[in-house]
Design a protein around this ligand. Structure first.
Ligand code: AHM
Ligand code: MG
Length: 333
């Protein structure tokens, strides 16, 4: 079998397909290296002293875990000096992170959730990293949030790493979705699945059912129909999974299909939803659409949303195209 490393895959995307330039290639390589470092830290767990609370809150007022803080530092440190970035924004930081003056500046903006699924860190369940790449608009100041407030359709690359039984990197540069597995002995990501596709139909859904009583009518109707199974209007039984790490839930959907929902509800309506548009919803929606799926708030395509702030939150419904369209239709009714 021809062994294609991430580096080789990226060289081919650049040289043969002209999909990316040298700077974007470097950026993705650096991101992958940062994910490797996070994977090592996650893998050490209690032995590395990385579990537990950091004793601080992030910009969203959420308690940070030690690994949230460490992963954020790994990402900042890895990406500052390469010369490929104009700026960075992180779920864990209130304001954009400026590239220090002593380093050259590039044309790209990197947005990331350094450690997604933090509630799973201490219980040894998969967590991950999500990232999104935009171009810094001509004349925009990359130290200000306005430069980052672009619709998801402008993303030039997006991906996530899952730190599970194996460490995976899933990536799109707008040319389909590829999955790489970390070869721990060699220290390199190896292409293990090309052209990932999400089937249009499914029998599996993912949602935190404990919020049922707070949901809006369209989501409640949709899920109640799934729960009714063979005897209900759908005429078939559905299975349910909820890892509570978006990376793991989305990865399952890319691998064997399904629909993922974190809708808005009465508890969180004022803040717009639970998941963040720039660090979670946009990159995952880009990947899902590239794999033939769909992503919507229920009312709009996620990638078309105009961000109003760096930490804007939105409802997220993504995965199997026909199912996402059905949920959107129930919102229109
Ligand atoms: P985090 O970025 O603080 O880890 O929060 C995002 C996570 C997602 O990975 C996951 O889908 C969701 O929060 C789970 O939320 P809940 O615990 O309400 O089910
Ligand atoms: Mg997250």
């Amino acid at each position: 079998m021809r062994r294609i490393t991430l580096s080789r895959y990226l060289i081919e995307e650049q040289r043969e397909k002209g999909k990316i330039n040298a700077d974007l290639r470097l950026l993705i390589e650096v991101v992958a290296r940062a994910c490797k470092s996070i994977s090592v830290a996650v893998g050490k767990g209690a032995i590395g002293g990385v579990l537990g609370e950091a004793g601080s809150d992030n910009v969203q007022g959420e308690a940070q875990k030690k690994l949230d803080v460490l992963s954020n530092e790994i990402f900042l440190e890895a990406n500052e000096w390469g010369g490929h970035l104009a700026g960075m924004a992180s779920e864990e930081m209130e304001l954009p992170h400026a590239i220090p003056n002593r380093y050259p500046q590039g044309e790209y903006l990197l947005l990331f959730d350094p450690l997604d699924g933090s509630s799973n860190i201490d219980i040894n369940v998969s967590v991950g990293t999500i990232f999104s790449v935009l171009r810094c608009p001509e004349g925009a100041d990359p130290t200000q949030e306005a430069a980052f407030l672009q619709p998801g359709t402008r993303q030039v690359a997006a991906g996530y790493a899952v730190y599970g039984p194996t460490t995976l990197l899933v990536l799109t540069v707008g040319d389909g979705v590829a999955c790489f597995t970390l070869d721990r002995e060699q220290g390199s990501f190896v292409l293990t699945q090309e052209n990932m596709r999400i089937p249009e139909d499914t029998r599996e859904f993912a949602i935190n059912m404990s919020n049922l009583r707070h949901w809006e009518a369209p989501v409640r109707r949709y899920v109640e129909e799934l729960l009714a199974g063979k005897e209900g209007p759908r005429g078939k039984d559905f299975n349910m999974r909820w890892v509570a790490s978006m990376v793991a839930d989305v990865h399952r959907i890319l691998t064997r299909g399904g629909i993922f929902m974190y809708p808005t509800d009465a508890r969180i309506r004022d803040q717009g939803g639970k998941l963040r548009l720039l660090y979670e919803a946009n990159p995952m929606s880009f990947i899902v659409e590239q794999a033939g799926g769909a992503a919507s708030t229920g009312r709009e395509r996620i990638l078309d949303l105009r961000p109003s702030g760096l930490h804007m939150r939105v409802p997220v419904i993504l995965g199997a195209k026909n199912e996402v369209e059905r949920v959107a239709a129930y919102h229109r009714d």
